[in-house]
Design a protein around this ligand. Structure first.
Ligand SMILES: [Mg+2]
Length: 127
């Protein structure tokens, strides 16, 4: 994943506004993303641009929260959760082995989920 967030701006924001205000802003942005995604699922009411805008807001405020609560702790938690995702994918694949070797997902190597590298960046599926 190669999304960048300006760390200087993040650190400055944490010094300028009180913690309670920063946490409240993150809560608000998460709620706005939930709403945008709900609207997007009902295609007639939401747009992709709206979702992208709210994802950006959430990224910025979540970066502030990571700085506030401890980046290394958040990083460790992310590694743990990605590891659990890899386990669930492996279980899913084992339980759906009827797909056969021709199934392209059968060739997935789960080790790629355990270490972030340039080659295992996030890929988005179509809806
Ligand atoms: Mg917003």
């Amino acid at each position: 994943m190669s999304i960048e967030v300006n760390e200087t701006a993040i650190e400055k924001a944490l010094k300028v506004w009180p913690v309670s205000s920063q946490i409240g802003q993150c809560q608000e942005e998460c709620a706005e993303l939930i709403t945008a995604l709900s609207r997007y699922l009902h295609r007639s009411r939401g747009s992709e641009d709206e979702v992208i805008d709210e994802i950006a807001d959430v990224f910025v405020t979540v970066a502030q929260m990571a700085k506030l609560f401890g980046e290394s702790k958040v990083q460790r938690a992310i590694y743990k959760k990605i590891g659990r995702l890899a386990e669930r994918l492996r279980e899913y694949q084992d339980n759906n082995s009827m797909c056969g070797p021709e199934d392209p997902t059968a060739a997935v190597s789960f080790d790629v989920f355990l270490r972030p590298t340039p080659s295992n960046c996030m890929k988005y599926g179509s809806r």
